[in-house]
Design a protein around this ligand. Structure first.
Ligand code: SAM
Length: 261
């Protein structure tokens, strides 16, 4: 942990930032749809008593989706934010006998130490990209490390499914994404305003901590956080079959299956 300045990631301790993220209606409705899609990709019979880890669980939205299809599941919610852990505790209170909460920071290679046992499925939604989001500390290689650490938690026969933000492979594709997004979304203005507001809040936090670099992504992060690299890292981590199951512009559901033998 000592390698990261403490202010990075502080926006997820800030209720104002968290509320702004949840208030972004168009994006939240996409996230909701894609989390449900991710759950459909789990390779288990509905209702199976599986053990699931939700990485960067936030307020527990993905865990709740898992529990609605797998009501006998045992779920571990991992996050580093006290605010989020409190909110997921409240949201998942009806499942209190089946859900446990672990506070750890996946920027730290030791983040899995407090997590007990192995899992039929490790899942995550819009969380892991956070390790590359800041100019001074962006570490795209950390995602590679996280995938390797996740693999060690997946039981034979299990899987890892990750819905997250990806970068375009280069400036031409990036411009195409921007153009398509601008043309296809009637509410793009409202969305852009929300993004500006959230970014502004992040910037204020950074300035308060004396970090003048701001929260922009650096070149290394931008060129390596593509779907292609993620798939290579999943394979390298040890997953037997890896794939991109869904992709739309900057968002994708990726994952890997571990053979049982
Ligand atoms: C955009 S929210 C997504 C929450 C939830 N998975 C969902 O789909 O609604 C990102 C989450 O990742 C968590 N997070 C960000 N960086 C983290 C880190 N380094 N270690 C653990 N959790 C982290 C945040 O606290 C937050 O709950």
């Amino acid at each position: 942990m000592a390698t990261y300045p403490r202010e990075i990631g502080r926006q997820w301790q800030n209720p104002e930032h968290i509320d702004a993220w949840f208030a972004d209606r168009p994006r939240q409705s996409d996230h909701q749809r894609l989390r449900a899609q991710l759950v459909k990709l789990l390779p288990f019979e509905a209702g199976a008593a599986i053990r699931v880890l939700d990485v960067g669980a936030g307020d527990g939205a993905l865990s709740r989706d898992v529990l609605s299809v797998y009501p006998r599941a045992e779920v571990v919610c991992q996050d580093f934010s006290d605010v989020m852990l409190t909110r997921s505790g409240e949201r998942l209170a009806p499942f209190s006998g089946q859900v446990t909460f672990v506070k750890s920071d996946f920027r730290d290679p030791g983040w899995t130490r407090p997590i007990p046992g192995m899992f039929d499925a490790v899942v995550s939604s819009v969380a892991i990209h956070n390790v590359t989001d800041h100019a001074r500390t962006a570490d795209p290689g950390r995602i590679r490390g996280i995938f390797a650490e996740v693999f060690r938690l997946v039981k034979p026969g299990g899987c890892f499914l990750d819905y997250d933000h990806m970068y375009a492979p280069g400036p031409v594709t990036e411009e195409v994404y921007r153009k398509v997004r601008a043309a296809s979304q009637a509410d793009v203005k409202a969305e852009d305003e929300m993004e500006t507001r959230v970014r502004g809040m992040e910037l204020k936090l950074h300035e308060a901590e004396g970090d003048n670099d701001g929260p922009s992504s650096n070149l290394a992060a931008a060129t390596s956080r593509t779907v292609q690299t993620h798939l290579e890292w999943l394979k390298e981590a040890g997953f037997d079959e890896v794939d991109c199951f869904w992709k739309e512009m900057r968002f994708a559901i990726l994952g890997g299956f571990r053979y049982s033998g």
